[in-house]
Structures are given as structure tokens and as C-alpha cells.
Write a protein that binds this ligand. Structure first.
Ligand SMILES: [Zn+2]
Length: 281
């Protein structure tokens, strides 16, 4: 799953690569898989009519959704969900299997959406329509968008009274961190996954807050985490480096980078977690 840092990397890439470009051609690929991606639209032609000829004005983000603002009052909303990826390619590059959308720009280059497992969704709506959609309002913490104060963060932790790992995985609490970043943040903060969020000293809260900000900023700087089978790649197909920095995630049985004791994998009823029993308490 592309988590918050990876989505922010794509947002910045798109900003650099496609803002001011004009859409010449819209190809919603043949087959039912592509229309599943465009499940809110009845026909391919509808998508083509909404997008053809429009210029890209801005790229924004609401939670894990990317919003491509156009100069015709429309917005393309892209939710990559668990398995989608975006690629900027030349027009001559062969179209990969599982490509569901190809946007061709007038001065060359294409933006393509690829998704083998078909979990992603794309739709086009007017700016007014988007304002009325609750799903496009983000009520959870977004540490890369708006820095919340330490004090506010402390209050939210106390309200929730949940194990820290469960809370960091909860998208209603904080924007898509996923398993990798929640485990890494807890390691950096020195806190165990099962510590209750309402039973923390102010020093614990500060450590968690700092670990959260630092880890996510570092992940963006290192262009995301690209371990595993469905490894993340940026808009130009380059993998990230953050997986080299993982301190605990999927390192069970290996020595902790800080204290040399063994990193542990633990499964609870609701999540799987990796941590160092020495460094985290
Ligand atoms: Zn350790």
C-alpha cells in the first residue's frame, strides 16, 4: 500500500511533471477492469468529454487521495488504494498490462494508472461537487500537511484510549501510515505497540510526536519505502530507499540496530507488529 509519504512523493512529482500540461487524449483502456477503476462513471466517453482539452492547474492531496485540478473547473480524484501506481512515460513506451488509464499531453508525455489488483479508483467531479463530499474532507491528523501542535496531539491521544499501534493504523485518527511507518515510528519513539494512548507521560507524548514528524519527513526525503512484492516506485519508475533504514519492520530475528538484541514479530487479534523488546517500553 502506498502510505502517506509515498502519496506525498507522488504529489510533488506530479506537481513538477504535469502542472501546466494540457490533456490531448484520454484513453480509458478497453476491458471491464478499467471501468471498475472508473466505477462512478457509466461510460468511457463521459470521462473523455470531461477531461479532453483541459490544462492541469495544481496538484493537491486530501489524506491519501490525489487531486488533479484542471482549468475547466473539474478535478480528477485519484485513490491508489492498496495496489494502484502512477507512471509518467513517453508516448512510445509500450502500455503495460493492467494499465487502466492513459492521459496524453499536448507537448508529449503520458500519465498512466496501473493497477493489477483493481483496488484503485479514479473519478472526475466539479469543484462544487467535491465540496459536498464528506469523503474528501480529511478529519484525521496529516503530519505532512499541517503540523498539529504537541498540545493538540496530546489531547487526541488521551481521548482515544487505544493501543498505540492500533491507533497509528487507524485512518480516522491519522492519515495512512500503514504497517511500515507505524512500527518504525514506535521504534524511534522507544514506545511499545501495546502502550495505551491515554496512559502516557508528557515525555512519552513528546517522543512519539517527534518520532512521527521525523520519520515521515525522512521517508519523503528518501523517496519512500520500496520493500516487498508490490514495491513502490515514484512517477518515473524509480524505487525508494527508506526500506534500507528500517529499524524493525520485517527484521524479526535480526539484531536491533541500536542495542543488538533480537527484533521480535508479534501478532495480536488486530495487527502484526515488529519491535525491539529492549529499546521499546
Ligand atoms: Zn534495541
Amino acid at each position: 500500500m502506498p502510505a502517506l509519504p509515498e502519496i506525498e512523493i507522488l504529489r510533488r512529482d506530479l506537481e513538477r511533471e504535469i502542472v501546466t500540461r494540457r490533456i490531448k487524449d484520454v484513453d480509458v483502456r478497453p476491458g471491464t477492469a478499467a471501468m471498475k477503476t472508473f466505477r462512478r462513471h457509466g461510460r468511457r466517453k463521459e470521462v473523455q468529454e470531461l477531461l479532453t482539452g483541459a490544462k492541469v492547474d495544481a496538484i493537491t492531496r486530501v489524506g491519501r487521495r490525489l487531486l488533479i485540478d484542471l482549468d475547466n473547473g473539474k478535478v480528477i480524484v485519484v485513490d491508489l488504494a492498496d495496489s494502484g501506481s502512477l507512471q509518467k512515460t513517453s508516448a512510445s513506451e509500450p502500455i503495460a498490462t493492467h494499465t487502466h488509464l492513459v492521459l496524453a499531453f499536448t507537448i508529449g508525455g503520458q500519465l498512466r494508472l496501473v493497477d493489477p489488483a483493481k483496488t484503485s479508483e479514479v473519478f472526475v467531479a466539479s469543484k462544487e461537487e467535491l465540496e459536498g463530499m464528506d469523503e474528501l474532507r480529511n478529519f484525521s491528523i496529516d503530519p505532512l500537511e499541517e503540523q498539529i501542535t504537541w498540545h493538540h496531539f496530546s489531547g487526541l491521544l488521551e481521548e482515544r484510549a487505544a493501543p498505540l499501534k492500533a491507533l497509528l493504523l487507524d485512518e480516522n485518527f491519522i492519515v495512512g501510515l500503514g504497517d511500515v511507518y507505524s512500527d518504525e515510528i514506535l521504534f524511534v519513539s522507544g514506545l511499545r505497540h501495546d502502550r495505551m494512548s491515554d496512559k502516557m507521560s508528557s515525555q512519552d507524548v513528546r517522543r512519539l510526536y517527534r518520532a512521527l514528524m521525523e520519520t515521515l519527513q525522512e521517508a519523503v526525503k528518501l523517496r519512500g519505502s520500496s520493500g516487498g512484492d508490490d514495491a513502490f516506485t515514484d512517477l518515473t519508475g524509480v524505487a525508494g530507499q527508506f526500506q534500507m533504514e528500517h529499524k524493525v519492520f520485517e527484521r524479526d530475528g535480526e539484531p536491533c540496530r541500536r542495542c543488538r538484541s533480537e527484533v521480535v514479530r508479534e501478532e495480536t487479534a488486530t495487527y502484526v507488529t515488529y519491535f525491539c523488546p529492549q529499546c521499546q517500553s
